[in-house]
Design a protein. Sequence first.
Length: 184
Amino acid sequence: MKKLVIFASVAMMAASSMAQGVLDFNTVIAGSPRITDNNGVNLSGSAYNVDLFYGPVGGDPTTFTSLGLAVPFNTGAQAGMFAGGTQAIPGFAPGSQVAIQPRAWRVSDGSSWAAAFANAGMVSPPNAAPVTVTLQSPVGSPPPTPPKLTGYVGHSLIIVPEPSTVLLGLSGLLGLFFLRRKVS
C-alpha cells in the first residue's frame, strides 16, 4: 500500500509539473480586428498562414518563440480572421499570463514566418503589439472554454526590405579593396 501511495504521489507531481495552459488561437469574434496585407486588403484563404508566437509578459516580441503552426485564413465575410483552435503553450502553467502575437506571412514567400522573413517576403512585423492572455487548464468536467485573443488590435503585413543595389555595390568594392590590400 505504501508503494502505491508513493507511486501515485510521484505520478501526480510529474503530471502537474508538465501541465501547460491553453488558449483559443482564434480571432473570429464579433468586431474583431483583422490582419491585412500591405495594401489594407484582408488576408483570405490558404495564400496566407498565421502562426502563434509567445513569450513572457513584458518581454521583447522579437524574441518570442514560434508554436510552429501554419493556420490558413478564413474567407468571405471572415477574411482577415483565423481559427487556430485550442493551443497549449509550452512552459506556461494554467493560470499564468503569457504575451502572444499572431504572425502571418504569404505562403509563396516561405513555409513559415521565419522563412518568409529571411526571404524578404510579406510578413507580420516582428514588433507588432502582443496580447496578454491568462491561460486556462485543459482539464475539467466539462473542460473550461479557453480564452480567446481578447484585446488583439490587428495589423498589416510589411514587405521586408532587401538591401539596396548601392549598398551591395559598396560591399563588393570593400571586399575587393581588402582582398587587394592582403595580396600586396
